[in-house]
Design a protein around this ligand. Sequence first.
Ligand SMILES: NC(=O)C1=CN([C@@H]2O[C@H](COP(=O)(O)OP(=O)(O)OC[C@H]3O[C@@H](n4cnc5c(N)ncnc54)[C@H](O)[C@@H]3O)[C@@H](O)[C@H]2O)[C@@H](O)CC1
Ligand SMILES: [K+]
Length: 603
Amino acid sequence: MQNPESISYLTQREAAEIDETLMGPLGFSVDQLMELAGLSVAASIAEVYKSSEYSRVLAICGPGNNGGDGLVAARHLYHFGYKPVICYPKRTPKPLYTGLVTQLESLSVPFISVEDLPLNLLEEFDIIVDAIFGFSYHGSPRPPFDGLIQMLISLRNYDQTCQKSPVIVSVDIPSGWHVEEGDAGGEGIRPDMLVSLTAPKLCAKKFSGPHHFLGGRFVPPFIAEQYKLHLPSYPGTSMCVRIGKPQKIDVSALRENYISPEFLEEQVDSDPIDQFRKWFEEAVAAGSKEPNAMALSTAGKNGKPSSRMVLLKGFDENGFVWYTNYESQKAHELSENPHASLLFYWDGLNRQNVSDLRRLMEEQMRLLTAAATAEGSRSGAARVREKEVGLDRGITRDVTGPMEEEGRDLGELAEPRVFREGERGKRRVVDGRESLVGEEIARARVRIANGNHSDLNRDGRIGRPRDGETGDGERSFREGRCGDFRAGGASEDARDWRNGRSGEEGRGTRTVNGGPRSRMDGRYEGVRLGGNTGRENRRRWEENEAGDSMGFIGNYGEPGGEELSPVRRKQLDYPLFSGIDSDGWLFMMNHFFPSIGFRRRRN
Ligand SMILES: NC(=O)C1=CN([C@@H]2O[C@H](COP(=O)(O)OP(=O)(O)OC[C@H]3O[C@@H](n4cnc5c(N)ncnc54)[C@H](O)[C@@H]3O)[C@@H](O)[C@H]2O)[C@@H](O)CC1
Ligand SMILES: [K+]
């Protein structure tokens, strides 16, 4: 935004001269300039007044080029998704204008006479484009434009009575205003938006509406130098630029109406990772910018959350991988508290996707450390790891990636800084059997993958385990209090693994990598919790109609099990979000069937 004081304003004479220069020595045709001018008017309108809310447009077009700009703008608005109607009482028989009319007629854009204009414009239109007079206007308006301008003036009164009235967008000059003096008597029209073309004219200094734009991105440096024009630069490839005062933003009014295609529970993959993969591929195919960009939220010991955008570097059934430097804030926080949450936002698909994960990397670092210690050799460590615990190469690479980026080699992994003293001893031996390292990994993965939470089946509350039942560490795990793992522990694979068989015949691979899937086979199943609203789901949950489900969770679930926050309540009414419980996976999707989850049958 440029300081309005420093912008140049043209006299009527200068505006006409520039016009002549452009179309004389500089070789432009009027058609060209009009097309660009009309396009910038449409672009400015679209920037401020979204077609979802302001679709009904009346373009009132005068007899000159300003009217031509209005015709062109209406055509572009049509293509932008608006529904324009044209009032063009004094048509010019030149081919340029008859062509513009034909183009609009071929789009079935209606033309309406002054007599047929609806008496109550207020209810019929959202936007009125004032393309009656431009910089060649002088004197006072002659019929039928006097009446039309009067009609626009009368809209002001409605403004004062706070009734909703259409916004007025003036092209180049607010029609009826003196080109240099502006609205001298203070009784002229009062547009909400002014789109100055080429450069603002002097009258624009008197414009006090909320939106002043500049359009006509065709001024060559030659003209700018000759007329000593100070004009703001256009952003990117935009056809318009806001000038004058910055927009007053009413944050509470910033909202989009999302219209999403129907999405049914039946369409959701029972494996959340597979569901994520589908969505991710769709996001890539839809051309989302950086679809692998995700907000990573962590919190350290002090419980203060922090978020930042990072890039997803890979995902598979084991979880999600990103890179970090161990000195970073996120690495510190994860070493203190292994819970993290990821949020992907895929604009245009009306989708977001949230997950909550435990930190895998740390577990794997421990494994590497222990393996390296046990074997006393780097390559041996890698072999042991792959063979007996079944980590795939992808994970290995991802885990070591950050270290490599820092110019270290795998050998240094023997002492990763995230390693916690005191735990090292217990985890020194990695043999794929009673290895605590193995347990750590398996547990972490169960938590990521199985999409339920230990406490849910206890008291129906949703959220994190209560104190003392955090399942964090092997104590509660061993005592069977960490429901997550118990669930996993009940599975065939986990039994094998506990019985010491996992180290042999590569079964550990199944335990670790295949575990989440295998637990889907009967012990876990995708379940619908009922109706198609969050409320209905909640009711069913509260009345226990969800049967023996251990509880997943409609969109009423508040991580932490607290009372619903007001924001959350609002989301129940308008449930456009996805969600997750505190330790597992949950996809809750769009308006129609916001809840989906996985339940565990009671044993
Ligand atoms: N660089 C430029 O100069 C460009 C100018 N363009 C547009 O062209 C406009 C100027 O176009 P024109 O020179 O054709 O003039 P206008 O469109 O301003 O209007 C002139 C027409 O209005 C009539 N008129 C003037 N005063 C009247 C009154 N009191 N009562 C009734 N009718 C009256 C005239 O007889 C003439 O037909 C600009 O404001 C802008 O919108 C753009 O199309 C392209 C670029
Ligand atoms: K105008």
